[in-house]
Structure formats: C-alpha cells, structure tokens
Ligand binder design. Structure first.
Ligand code: NAD
Length: 422
C-alpha cells in the first residue's frame, strides 16, 4: 500500500461536498456553514517514557458540526495523522450520522505517532495525558470519542477512567458515556466490537438481494485486517463467499483455494499481521489490487482507490469499510467501469450506530443483548441504505453523491428550522 498521501484528503471531502451541494442546490448560506469545521483543537503534551525520558506528542480533536447532536467520532493513533486527515474524518462523521438518522454530530481525533514502537505502559500514559489535555473539550453530552485505527476497547477504558477521575466525585458515575467502544464489563455494548464489519456485511447482503447476485460461491478480497476488515471477512464467510486475497501493513497474501478468515484472525492476533500465513502466497501491492474477485472491501486507510489503482480493479462491488478509501479521480473511473460502490458514509456506519446504542444504554443503565443490538443495527443501516438508493434513483447519480444529498437535506432542514443565533 502507498503510505504517503497523494492528495490532502480534506480536499477530497471538499470536492465531494461541492459536487453534491451543486446537484441538490443546497441553500447558499447553509453551504457556507457546512463547508467549515466548528472547532479544531490541537494539543502538545509531555509523556514520561519507561526509561525516564520525556517525549512530546501532538494530538488533535476536530469538531465539524453538532447541529444534530453531540460531536461524535473516533480517535486514531497513526504516524500519518495530521490536521487535514482529522478534519476530513470529522466531516465524514457529520454526514454519516445524518444519513443514519442518529442524533449525533461529527468529530474525529488522533495522535501522530506509531503505537507499535511503545510499550503497553507508555501507551496507557500517552492515552491518559491526551485525555487530560483535551479536558472539557470532550464530554458525555458534548463530544464522545470511540476507537479507530490502532485504538481499541482498552484505550477507551483508559480514557473513561482518566476523564471520570478529573471530575468531581458526585458526577463520576454519570460519565460512562464519555466514550463508546469500551470493554463490555466497563460499560461497553455487546456487539460494538463487530458492529462496523457487521454493518458492512448487512449492506453487502442487501446489495446482493437488490442486484440478484448470489453471495454463495462469490469471492472477495480485503485490504486491512484489523477490527473492520477481519470482522467483515468472518461474517461474509457465513454467506458462502470465499476470501481470496488480503493486504495489511505487513504485506499482501493470496490463495485461489481461499483463506479462512477465522484462522487468519487468530494468526494475525498471534503474529501481528497477515504476512507468511500458512497456505497463502505472498503477492505485491499491484497484484493484490488487480486480483479478480466479486467484492473488494477496503478496510485500512484513505486514498487507496485512485487514478493509479482504479483502472486495474476487476470487481463488481466495492464495499467501503474504511473512511475515504476512494478519491474523486478513483470514483470517476469506477463509474466509467460500471463498478458498484457502497460508499463509506453508508457502508461503515455500523460502528457509529452501535456507539449510539452504547451511549443510550449507559444513559439509561441498561444492557441490551446481542439479538436486540444486531436487530436494531440492521433496521437503522438498511433504512439508511434505502434512503441512499432512492436518492440515487431520484437524481440518476452515483451512490456517494446520493449519500451526501441525504445528509445535506437533513442538515439543511434543521438549520432552516432553527435559524442562526442571534
Ligand atoms: P485497525 O487498526 O483495527 O486496523 C487497521 C488495518 O489496516 C490493520 O490490518 C493494518 O495492518 C492495516 N493497515 C495499516 N496501514 C496499512 C498499510 N499501509 N497498508 C495496508 N494495510 C494497512 O483499524 P480499524 O478500526 O479496522 O479501521 C480501519 C478503517 O475503518 C479506517 O479507515 C477507519 O477509519 C474505518 N472505520 C473504523 C470503524 C471502527 O469502528 N473501528 C468505524 C468506521 C470506520
């Protein structure tokens, strides 16, 4: 995978936004509001390393919009994190919540560093100092972080503990919903771990129904085998589809006989990546991208499907588990080639939907079972799917622009109803 960014990813968001705003004639004044982020917090903070040294870190939290509800979005630990990336990811979160009709706004955050180079104790101190540095810029009714690339339930537990510890004793119990994606025992929701991959698979299954495509016997490839990629792979297997190729940060592998996603998940948990998975052959990045499969699930980073890679893709459907995997040039080529796309702000919304369920359960001191969580997730994401499909038919356009229009219509209506203070 190309590690350096070809384009400033925020420019992609602006191009997508302007295209949709033009097509739907978005109110000129509301367009001005939505084309900017509301708040951009940047913090530099010191952390004590295991050997006694102090290291300085830079972290971000960008809050794009909260007209529909509290800011909501993940936190990423990665060397490529910068203000442009976080701005883009925050903006996509606003659209995602609006499409899914959940009462959240959009935000995103991250720390620019490679967590693989730090011990567990150092990661804990980095997480806690970042949470402390953010202070009241996050809060259970204000801005609610969640896991993203290289962050997980453990990181969320440390964030919750740090945030609550800085609050007066009598309000600490009311802080559980300051983050979502927590361990179940610490107030997390059953089903949150798999929620994004589950949502990806629910939308693929619906697409297959609509296009009369038989998933039994279908083939798929996945880029990124972390939370989203591994769950989507495992869940798709149960429909009779075969995983042919996988790429992650350690390399790319392929097997025409199929890779077992359950065994591969255990292998990745043990070894840290897909490299040298028994029974697979190593392939180069370019070969991975041109592998012929029915469904490709990008579930790693942004700007992967571009003018350079899109021409070689030999697939029927791209189901975007990652945020922003396709840039506008890549999108144009996919349309020319007639490849269907389930766009990120629809396809990977399962994470924020179940985060919303976790937030509700915490507020009400409830615990829902998996049947309830999955049933409600299915209903929400498939309603969003239908809204996007109907809008694409109404405007005779691609699904990404249609998804934007669903979101922008909702936001436009709320701004018109509420007006602008003062
Ligand atoms: P993760 O950290 O669990 O996994 C990331 C995967 O990407 C790993 O397999 C890693 O090896 C791979 N990767 C990293 N750099 C790579 C490179 N240079 N080449 C190839 N692969 C590389 O992260 P995740 O939570 O699964 O998130 C993956 C994507 O899904 C991101 O775009 C994220 O924003 C998006 N997403 C995540 C959630 C969620 O709930 N976790 C929700 C919505 C969207």
């Amino acid at each position: 995978m190309e590690n350096k960014k070809q384009l400033n990813v925020y420019e992609n968001v602006c191009r997508q936004f302007n295209q949709a705003a033009d097509r739907m004639n978005l109110d000129f004044e509301i367009r001005k509001i939505l084309s900017k982020t509301m708040n951009e917090i940047s913090v530099n903070f010191p952390v004590k390393m295991d050997d006694g040294r102090i290291e300085m870190f830079t972290g971000y939290r960008v809050q794009h919009n909260n007209v529909l509800g509290p800011f909501k979005g993940g936190l990423r630990f990665h060397p490529a994190v910068d203000i442009h990336e976080v701005r883009a990811l925050a903006t996509w979160m606003t659209w995602k919540s609006a499409i899914m009709d959940i009462p959240f706004g959009g935000a995103k955050g991250g720390i620019q560093f490679d967590p693989r180079k730090y011990s567990r104790n150092e990661l804990e101190r980095i997480t806690r100092r970042f949470t402390f540095a953010l202070g009241c810029n996050i809060g259970p009714e204000y801005d609610i972080p969640a896991p993203d690339v290289n962050t997980n339930a453990q990181i969320m537990a440390w964030m919750l503990d740090t945030y609550a510890s800085t609050m007066p004793a009598h309000v600490r119990q009311a802080c559980t919903h300051v983050v979502t994606g927590k361990p179940v025992e610490a107030g997390g929701s059953i089903g949150r771990d798999k929620a994004t991959g589950q949502g990806v698979v629910f939308t693929i299954v619906q697409w297959a129904k609509d296009t009369r495509f038989d998933l039994n016997g279908a083939t798929y490839s996945v880029q990124g085998f972390g939370n989203v990629g591994s769950w989507a792979s495992r869940l798709l297997k149960s429909y009779g589809a075969t995983l042919i190729a996988v790429e992650d940060a350690t390399g790319a592998i392929q097997s025409n006989d199929g890779l077992d996603p359950d065994i591969l998940t255990s292998y990745v948990n043990d070894t840290g990546g897909v490299k040298d998975f028994p029974g697979s052959k190593k392939v180069e990045h370019a070969e991975f991208f041109t592998t012929s499969v029915d469904i490709f699930i990008p579930a790693a980073l942004e700007n992967q499907i571009t003018a350079a890679t899109a021409p070689g893709l030999n697939v029927k459907l791209i189901a975007e588990g990652a945020n922003g995997p396709t840039d506008p040039d890549g999108d144009r080529i996919l349309q020319e080639k007639g490849i269907n796309v389930l766009p990120d702000i629809l396809c990977n919304a399962g994470g924020v939907i179940v985060s919303y369920f976790e937030w509700l359960q915490n507020k009400r001191s409830e615990f829902w079972d998996l049947v309830e969580v999955d049933g409600k997730l299915y209903k929400k994401i498939i309603s969003g799917y239908h809204r996007v499909r109907e809008t694409a038919q109404e405007f005779k356009m691609d699904w990404r622009t249609a998804a934007y229009i669903v979101a922008l219509r909702r936001l436009e209506k709320v701004y018109k109803d509420r007006g602008i203070f003062p």
